[in-house]
Design a protein around this ligand. Structure first.
Ligand SMILES: O=c1ccn([C@@H]2O[C@@H]3COP(=O)(O)O[C@H]3[C@H]2O)c(=O)[nH]1
Ligand SMILES: [Zn+2]
Ligand SMILES: [Zn+2]
Length: 241
């Protein structure tokens, strides 16, 4: 499995695109989240929406779903293919009713399934997305009363949705043999709805050594050398997991 971040920035970052990823395995290309900046950033990487085999959504914030309207329209009117959308069963209704319905509705198209091949995923159940690529959704804390799901790929790669610091979860994942943790990180406290760098720096060395920071602000370069054993994910670079 390989990962390339289309962007590594926070919702408000201007130097880094939205924190969205491409996970690639045996020629299969999964887009993880599709934010506001995704269409242009994907184009700058030399890809079109046609190159995407499926999209997986973590939660409903613009930097994670704001590019889905263009994705849907391009796939329908430019590429004539209905894209596969993997999404927690609990997010299907809010994604349509609260985010996409206004822009996409036109007679006779009036439901999410008209635009996407929707594949609901149940929380906590390891689900095959493609031969060789499985995911388990873990509900993690982000905004009160708003569901947000982090991803455990193939039982060995944890990719956080936006989430608050959860020491017990990270220690348990490391204990269970997870090889890599990609974690959203707010460099300056207070984190409020994200883990802060200071919180992640309290993790034991063995956990820090497998943990990579993403979803950071424009001040990231000032933190070079100040992240302990935590490494910073670079945008658009290909990493083997
Ligand atoms: O209660 C709240 C809700 C939101 N926010 C900000 O809005 C952003 C929305 O996208 P995000 O989830 O990547 O990051 C969030 C934060 O930067 C916040 O600071 N406190
Ligand atoms: Zn975000
Ligand atoms: Zn968020």
């Amino acid at each position: 499995m390989q990962i390339r971040m289309v962007g590594t920035g926070s919702a408000f970052a201007k130097k880094y695109d939205n924190n969205n990823a491409l996970i690639e395995t045996d020629g299969y290309r999964l887009l993880v989240d599709c934010g506001i900046t995704l269409p242009k950033a994907l184009h700058q990487m030399g890809h079109t929406f046609e190159d995407i085999d499926a999209v997986l959504i973590s939660h409903i914030h613009g930097d994670h779903v704001g590019g889905l309207e263009e994705f849907a329209f391009q796939m329908m009117f430019k590429y004539n293919r209905k894209p596969v959308l993997f999404i927690a069963d609990t997010l299907i209704e809010p994604l349509w009713e609260q985010t996409l319905r206004g822009g996409l509705t036109q007679d006779p198209l009036n439901k999410l399934e008209h635009f996407f091949d929707v594949r609901p995923i149940a929380e906590g159940v390891e689900t095959e997305l493609h031969p060789g690529l499985k995911v388990k959704l873990l509900q993690t804390k982000h905004i009160p009363n708003k569901r947000s799901y982090s991803f455990l790929f193939n039982g060995c790669f944890f990719y956080s949705a936006d989430m608050k610091f959860d020491r017990e979860l990270l220690l348990r994942l490391a204990d269970e043999g997870v090889k890599a943790i990609y974690h959203d990180c707010q460099l300056e406290a207070p984190g409020a709805v994200h883990a802060t760098l200071d919180e992640l720096l309290t993790l034991p060395e063995n956990v820090q050594k497998i943990t990579w920071l993403m979803h950071y602000g424009d001040a990231m370069e000032q933190y070079a050398g100040r992240t302990g054993h935590l490494r910073i994910v670079e945008p658009r670079k290909r990493y083997d997991i």
